[in-house]
Design a protein around this ligand. Structure first.
Ligand code: MN
Length: 743
């Protein structure tokens, strides 16, 4: 058991002006009050408040909070009274101990009506002074660490469930991630012992098999960083059983398929070094696409900041990395408590509950409580109070306050479909609690979700990978099918219209109706879609509608090309001799508005895709290649890949028609050579973000002692925007060259 002087010493280490008398007084008072009481473990009861106080010193909290930790069970479990504590320790401490006593009497896993009321009381007690929550969480953590000593199965289970459903989410919402993880893991053992056993046994086997893996990677990475004069703490670990279990449940996969077992944390001194570490990591090992997240430039709502990336490590294991500064690490670990400490150090001696007021996590707490106290009817209140109580569901709100229950893990797309299919189908983005977030963001309890809609939007294939509810998935599939047919029909109409016009005919639906049967199509739209998909040749339809004329598809194209070339000469176009022997037509001034097909972007009403790695952005001169069954692929005119398409039928004149009201970003790739110096990567990232560019990925290509080369995937609005970024990069003192890549 920790001695009196040891506790004081621990506090003294971070707070030299500790009120030692207060700590000593609380230590002695609590020890005497608990007297000969015993814990289930057989230890003296006093060891418990002492451990809780020790956890408080880890969080480096103020004297009053340490004293409250020591006293937290005295009113509940001994003959101590509020009045007595007020007299000896003052009203501030008395009030806090009283708050904790009230919470400990709340039954949070009881019948529903009572549970709601109790949960409200819990939040109100916390809202009064956030230190109540900090002590309560530490109290729960120690009780969970010693839960196995509790003999009654029922009681053990209730405590574990309460932890899983209420205290762990609350800790997470307050940004205390480590505390949350430990609480969940401890609770998991009791709530679901079979799953816990299975996963732990597998993890143990894996640990034995790959016993050197974590140490090897730690050493390897530390050495690579040291070579770049980067000081960093690298800590590896296997993920915790509960986080593995949750992932298996969410993705419905077995342990064997689970690839993210290993996590590493790289902690450095400053923000710039984080990006330098990222550069080293991506140089050393291939990165897994889609796993790069920069929570430094965009922090999470609970103030969490870190860079996340996943790489394929030396023994081909997937390895997840979190890169952050010491300060970010502390916020990630201590959440709301870290803010208190940080401000304390800067300003000295200010009251912690006021300091915590300033953090966003605390703001959420206040809002939730406001919302809870506004619920008038008991039913409404119960609905509201379900927040945080049921861990397989989350409860979110529309901007008008309508409550929508969603399965945990659901993104805003499911929310949109839950409100109405039309809203789902026209979703383009969303705001959660007023902030624009990606559509893949997991919804959390209490989120207010505002769906941003656009009439131009239709669901895309990747939504099927995002949506989790049956309702949303069925609606998306149906809508994709309809939209695809419409897109092909639009393309088919365009092709048919040109053919009709060349023969001096006007295309209208009426002339097509009589030929539907001949082509086994149910409707004009179906017929046009078949033309768009290249299942039916436009020339066959033309010859059926207008048998007097006989044109083969090849001749149609040749005639068109010849006419087009004449016209081009007239209008001042010129032919460009490509290295491949292909003739490119490049307009010098006038554009051929009627014959060329307008390209709006990825979300247009035509079956369009962009050439992979082709990087065509608005402003680039482009060509469309018609591919049966796939629609049009758009290439920049200088693309090498165009060499492969020598069939005239496939070539299509296209032009940009960007929707200025709903601008879209387009992918582009640049290559940058930069001086090899600390801060270079951060400078590059800064220039790009200052110029409104989005970084998708950074890949280090090669390194020399004095400079290194990297490929950066960007998202830009258009060519002008891309050129501006490239010029800004070229202007930077750390950059020796920057250019666009097209392959
Ligand atoms: Mn306790």
């Amino acid at each position: 058991m920790m001695r009196q002087y040891e506790l004081v010493e621990r506090v003294n280490r971070y707070n030299p002006t500790t009120d030692e008398a207060l700590l000593n007084k609380a230590y002695v008072y609590a020890m005497q009050k608990h007297g000969t009481q015993m814990r289930a473990s057989g230890d003296p009861y006093f060891s418990h408040p002492l451990e809780v106080a020790a956890i408080m010193t880890d969080l480096r909290l103020d004297d009053a909070t340490i004293a409250v930790a020591l006293l937290h069970d005295t009113i509940e479990d001994t003959d101590a009274t509020r009045a007595e504590i007020d007299t000896i320790f003052g009203e501030e401490i008395g009030k806090l101990v009283d708050g904790l006593t009230k919470i400990s009497r709340l039954d949070l896993i009881s019948r529903r009506a009572k549970q709601a009321e109790n949960f409200r009381k819990l939040l109100l007690a916390i809202a009064d002074d956030v230190r109540v929550l900090l002590v309560k969480l530490a109290d729960r953590l120690h009780n969970m660490r010693t839960l196995h000593f509790v003999k009654e199965d029922e009681r053990r289970k209730r405590i574990a469930e309460e932890t899983m459903e209420i205290y762990a989410p609350l800790a997470g919402r307050m940004g205390m991630q480590d505390l949350r993880n430990e609480l969940e893991d401890l609770a998991f053992r009791t709530v679901n012992p079979e799953a816990y056993q299975t996963i732990t046994a597998r993890l143990d086997a894996l640990r034995e098999k790959n016993s050197a893996l974590i140490g090897d990677i730690e050493r390897d990475l530390t050495e690579r960083l040291a070579e770049r004069q980067i000081q960093a703490t690298v800590r590896g670990r296997m993920k915790r059983p509960y986080s593995i279990f949750r992932k298996m449940e969410q993705k419905s996969i077995g342990f064997e398929q689970l690839s993210d077992i290993y996590g590493f944390r790289v902690v450095v001194d400053d923000l710039e070094t984080c990006y330098a570490v990222l550069g080293v990591v991506h140089t050393a090992w291939p990165s897994v696409p889609g796993r790069f997240k920069d929570y430094i430039s965009t922090p999470k709502q609970n103030d969490y900041r870190s860079i996340h990336t996943t790489v394929v490590g030396p023994s081909r294991q997937r390895v997840e990395l979190q890169i952050r500064t010491r300060e970010m690490d502390r916020v990630a670990e201590y959440g709301i408590a870290a803010h208190a400490l940080y401000k304390d150090e800067v300003k000295g001696g200010r009251n912690i509950s006021h300091l915590a007021d300033e953090s966003r996590a605390y703001e959420w707490l206040r809002q939730t409580i406001d919302m809870l106290s506004q619920g008038d009817t008991p039913e409404e209140f119960l609905e509201n109070t379900k927040l945080e109580l049921f861990h397989d569901q989350v409860f979110c709100f529309t901007p008008k306050g309508r409550l929508i229950a969603m399965p945990r893990g659901a993104p805003p797309i499911d929310f949109a479909y839950a409100v109405h299919t039309d809203i789902g189908n026209t979703t383009v983005g969303c705001k959660i609690n007023g902030q624009i977030v990606p559509l893949v963001t997991e919804l959390r309890n209490g989120d207010e979700v505002e769906i941003i809609r656009s009439g131009a939007q239709t669901p895309t294939d990747d939504w099927l990978n995002i949506a989790v509810t049956g309702k949303a998935r069925a609606a998306i599939r149906r809508s994709i099918r309809d939209a695809q047919r419409e897109r092909y029909a639009a393309l088919g109409r365009h092709i048919l219209k040109r053919g009709f016009e060349r023969r001096g005919l006007e295309l209208n639906d009426k002339v097509l109706v009589p030929v539907l049967l001949r082509f086994s199509q149910a409707s004009v739209i179906d017929l046009m879609a078949a033309v768009g998909r290249s299942e039916i040749h436009a020339a066959d339809i033309l010859n059926t509608v207008d048998p007097s004329h006989d044109d083969t598809p090849h001749e149609v194209i040749s005639t068109e090309r010849a006419a087009s070339a004449d016209k081009a000469r007239e209008e001042g176009w010129f032919d460009l001799e490509g290295g491949s022997g292909l003739k490119f037509r490049v307009p010098t001034g006038a554009t051929e508005e009627t014959a060329s097909l307008p390209i709006r972007g990825l979300h247009s009403n035509l079956p369009i895709r962009f050439a992979p790695d082709g990087g065509a952005v608005p402003g680039d001169r482009i060509v469309g290649i018609l591919t049966p069954g796939e629609g049009i692929t758009v290439y920049p005119i200088h693309s090498e890949a165009l060499k492969d398409f020598d069939d005239d039928d496939q070539w299509l004149d296209v032009r940009w028609d960007v929707d200025t009201e709903h601008p879209e970003r387009f992918p582009a790739r640049v290559s940058v050579a930069a001086i090899n110096e600390p801060g270079t990567l951060a400078e590059i990232a800064r220039i790009i973000s200052q110029n409104d560019g989005n970084i998708d990925n950074i890949k280090m290509m090669s390194r020399a002692a004095d400079f290194h080369e990297m490929t950066i995937d960007l998202e830009v609005w258009d060519l002008k925007h891309l050129n501006r970024i490239i010029n800004q990069l070229r202007g930077a003192s750390v950059v020796s060259s920057a250019q666009r890549l097209n392959h």
